[in-house]
Design a protein around this ligand. Structure first.
Ligand SMILES: [Mn+2]
Length: 434
């Protein structure tokens, strides 16, 4: 995406903010051990508003009746430093690439921000992060409170997310192209995993193969840690050890998605280690699949996540009654939340630059947000039955199933962006044996 898109976002941000100052910082490198670091990942809001993928940068928005400006601060890197860390764009490079009103050296931030904050009644920043920058900003504001000649002091703090979460809710065409690309790479990885899986293979080997496919297709990162969970381990919702051996007769649940040019995909498939579902596994699987397909069918502008959530709970409970997992009347079971033991999570979440995009599900009044074209979310019903659960027919014990796709809300309904990833029992078994 080029700078015009980011510049337009910055203009929109200025329109949405109150008079004052907003400060967003690039992500810092994070220490992994001693003096080595995790791979760099830009902060999502910062990236959304700048397209810049470097550390040591700050964006400052200034809005008043007279001015609406955006400034970039960045650290110049000496040739000696770039020998170790590689080249950075520098002030000159940034000025010619990005349309900020001015680009300054990072060292001048403290002095300049004081100027900008002098008549700012409001300051926006990433309010829940305990960063050094945030502490300094608060100190600057505090200093200004007691400064003679300052007419409006920044006494009001606000979260930048208040603005970005609304902007990020609706994805542009360009963003959807990137999400599609991420999903197309993830598709290859899941199909490969189906082909590769067999009794006695380790979860780790499958996980490594998935990451190999992500990387060799130019996806820079996983959007989240892979889950490759054989048998009963699928019932641990965030199982990321991925270090056990798969066995004949088990299912394996794989929740894995790549991040491509900062955009996530988030896909779960569950299939038989040996390639063929047993009768009991198939019964459970097709029940969950039925629920997933029914929920996807409901998605269209105007619907809300709450409606989908309630419908998924009702459909799964119905399915569990049919299979003898729950006993009793549907309404009573739901009222008593009996189904939550086997379906404890949400039906899905917004997805974008973050795999769980931090966009709202309810508005300021507490009303459910009605879906609109351009929103992207996951739909991921599941059922989890522990191997020691004696209340459930034996044949279903030790099985965890989740089926997750990524859905784009369209003008007339929705599009399943991951529909090409094998999902029916027939498609999956065919893929496993190919
Ligand atoms: Mn998900």
């Amino acid at each position: 995406m080029n700078d015009i898109i980011y510049n337009n976002r910055r203009k929109q941000f200025l329109n949405l903010m109150s008079d004052g100052v907003a400060v967003l910082s690039a992500a810092s490198f994070m220490r992994r051990s001693n003096d080595t670091e995790f791979p760099y990942r830009q902060e999502s809001n910062f990236y959304y508003l700048s397209g810049i993928n470097e550390d040591n940068c700050i964006i400052l928005f200034k809005k008043s009746a007279q001015v609406q400006k955006t400034y970039l601060f960045l650290k110049e890197v000496s040739s000696k430093e770039s020998l170790w860390i590689g080249k950075r764009m520098g002030i000159k490079g940034a000025s010619s690439t990005y349309s900020f009103d001015a680009v300054f050296a990072l060292e001048s931030f403290e002095e300049k921000s004081k100027e900008f904050l002098k008549d700012a009644p409001m300051i926006y920043f990433d309010i829940f992060q305990e960063t050094l920058l945030n502490k300094k900003l608060k100190l600057t504001c505090k200093e200004l409170l007691h400064h003679r000649g300052v007419l409006k002091s920044p006494r009001n703090f606000a979260d930048v997310y208040e603005i970005t979460q609304k902007m990020r809710l609706i994805k542009s065409k360009e963003e959807i192209v990137l999400i599609r690309k991420a999903i197309s790479i993830t598709k290859k990885a899941h199909h490969k995993a189906m082909k590769l899986a067999h009794p006695y293979i380790s979860e780790q080997k499958i996980s490594a193969k998935i990451e190999y496919i992500f990387a060799s297709n130019k996806a820079q990162h996983n959007a989240y840690e892979n889950i490759v969970a054989g048998g009963n381990r699928a019932n641990i919702l965030h199982y990321i050890d991925n270090n056990k051996t798969l066995k004949e007769g088990q299912l394996v649940l794989i929740d894995a998605g790549c991040e491509y040019k900062m955009y996530a995909s988030d896909i779960t498939r569950t299939f038989a280690v040996s390639g063929k579902f047993t009768k009991a596994q198939k019964e459970l699987y097709e029940m969950v699949l039925h629920v997933q397909l029914e929920i996807i069918k409901m998605i269209q502008p105007g619907i809300t996540k709450k409606i989908l959530q309630d419908a998924s709970e009702e459909l799964l409970t119905q399915g569990m009654i049919k299979l003898g997992i729950l006993k009793g009347k549907l309404k009573k079971l739901i009222k008593k939340k009996k189904h939550k033991k086997y379906y404890p999570h949400g039906i899905g979440h917004w997805m974008g630059i973050d795999v769980h995009d931090p966009c709202p599900y309810v508005d300021e009044k507490g009303e459910q947000i009605a879906f609109q074209a351009g929103m992207v979310l996951t739909i991921e019903p599941g059922i989890y039955i522990d191997k020691k659960d004696k209340k459930v027919p034996q044949k279903y014990r030790g099985i965890g199933i989740r089926i997750e796709d990524n859905i784009l809300v369209t003008q007339n309904g929705c599009e399943n962006l991951s529909k090409d990833i094998a999902k029916t029992v027939q498609e999956i078994e065919k893929m496993c044996y190919s």
